[in-house]
Design a protein around this ligand. Structure first.
Ligand code: COA
Length: 267
C-alpha cells in the first residue's frame, strides 16, 4: 500500500515512456484532487483536457458546482490514465456504456485500463487499474448519519454495528459502510440498481465483506480498501481479484493535500 502521497509530486506508477502495463500488474493507482481547485488556472487546465463532448456535457449542467466537479474529475481521470500509458491526457476517448459507466474507448493500446471516478463536496477521486474491475467512491462525512438510508440499504449486521457506535462516531461509520458498498456497485457497473443490502461489511480489522447468496458473487473475488483521504472525507476502493492476485494501492494528490489529509488508513 502507498504511503498516502500527501502533498508534493504524485507517485508515478508507470512513468511516461516506460513499458505498457500488463494484466499481471496488481497495482491500483488512486488519485485525489481538491475541489474546487486552488486557483482558476488549475481549473482552466482541467477544462482544457476535456473532449468536445465532455465540454458540451459540462455546459448542460444546471448548477455551477456540478459543472465544476465533473470538469475537475474528468481532468483528473485523463491525467491519471496518462500516468499509466504514454498517451496525452487530451487524447483519451472516453465513452459511457448503457448503465452510464464511463470507459476508455480509445486509443486501443490503452484499452486494458479501467477507471472509476467519484466526486463529492471538496474532493474528487479517480482509481485506475489494469485489466481488472475497479470501483471508487468518495463522500464528504456528515456528522449526523442518515439512519433512514441505513435502514433501506444496509444489511442487518451493518445496522447493528452502526447502532453500537457512540452517536458522535455514527456519521463517520455510516460513510465507511456507504463508500464500501458504492465502490462495489461501481466496480460491478450496476450503480445503485444493485441490492446493496445483500452485501455486509465488517469494519473490524480492515473491511471484510460477506455476500448474501442471492447476490450470486464471491467476496474472495474482490479486495476492498477503506480510505480517509482527509479528516472530513471517507473513500473506498473495490478491485477485482478474480485471478487471485493481491492488490496494492498507490495513492497520489493532484496539488497539495488539504491540511491533515493523505492518510490511506484502513480504520
Ligand atoms: C453511479 C452512481 C452509483 C453514482 O453515485 P454518486 O455517489 O451519485 O456519484 P459519484 O460521484 O460517486 O459517481 C459518479 C461517477 O460514477 C461513474 N458512473 C456513472 N454510472 C456508473 C455505473 N453504472 N457504474 C459505475 N460507475 C458509474 C461516472 O464516472 C460518474 O461520474 P461522471 O458523471 O462525472 O462521469 C449512481 O449515479 C447510480 O446508481 N446510477 C445508476 C446508473 C443509472 O441510473 N444509469 C442510467 C441508465 S440510463
Amino acid at each position: 500500500m502507498g504511503d498516502g502521497g500527501a502533498g508534493g509530486a504524485p507517485h508515478l506508477v508507470f512513468p511516461h515512456g516506460s513499458r505498457a502495463p500488463t494484466a499481471d500488474d496488481t497495482v491500483v493507482a488512486v488519485g485525489f484532487a481538491v475541489e474546487p481547485p486552488e486557483d482558476d488556472d488549475t481549473y482552466a487546465a482541467a477544462e482544457g483536457l476535456l473532449s468536445e463532448e465532455e465540454r458540451a456535457r459540462a455546459r448542460r449542467f444546471r448548477f455551477d458546482v456540478d459543472r465544476r466537479r465533473f470538469t475537475v474529475a474528468r481532468g483528473l481521470v485523463r491525467r491519471m490514465l496518462s500516468r499509466q500509458v504514454d498517451v496525452a491526457p487530451a487524447d483519451w476517448r472516453i465513452e459511457a456504456d448503457a448503465q452510464g459507466r464511463p470507459f476508455v474507448a480509445a486509443p486501443a493500446d490503452g484499452g486494458n485500463l479501467r477507471f472509476s471516478a467519484s466526486h463529492t463536496e471538496g474532493l474528487v477521486l479517480c482509481a485506475v487499474a489494469v485489466g481488472r474491475a475497479i470501483g471508487a467512491d468518495v463522500e464528504r462525512v456528515r456528522e449526523r448519519a442518515p439512519l433512514e438510508v441505513a435502514g433501506r440499504f444496509f444489511a442487518p449486521s451493518e445496522v447493528a454495528a452502526l447502532d453500537a457506535f457512540p452517536p458522535g462516531e455514527q456519521g463517520d461509520a455510516f460513510f465507511r459502510f456507504w463508500t464500501l458498498k458504492e465502490s462495489y456497485a461501481k466496480a460491478r457497473g450496476l450503480g445503485l440498481s444493485l441490492p446493496l443490502r445483500q452485501l455486509a461489511f465488517d469494519l473490524d480489522g480492515g473491511p471484510r465483506a460477506a455476500f448474501d447468496p442471492a447476490l450470486g458473487d464471491d467476496p474472495a473475488a474482490w479486495r476492498f480498501f477503506s480510505l480517509r483521504p482527509t479528516p472530513r472525507h471517507r473513500a473506498a476502493i473495490c478491485a477485482g481479484r478474480h485471478d487471485g492476485a493481491d492488490v496494492a494501492l498507490v495513492t497520489s494528490w493532484d496539488g497539495l493535500a488539504p491540511h491533515g489529509g493523505g492518510a490511506s488508513d484502513q480504520r
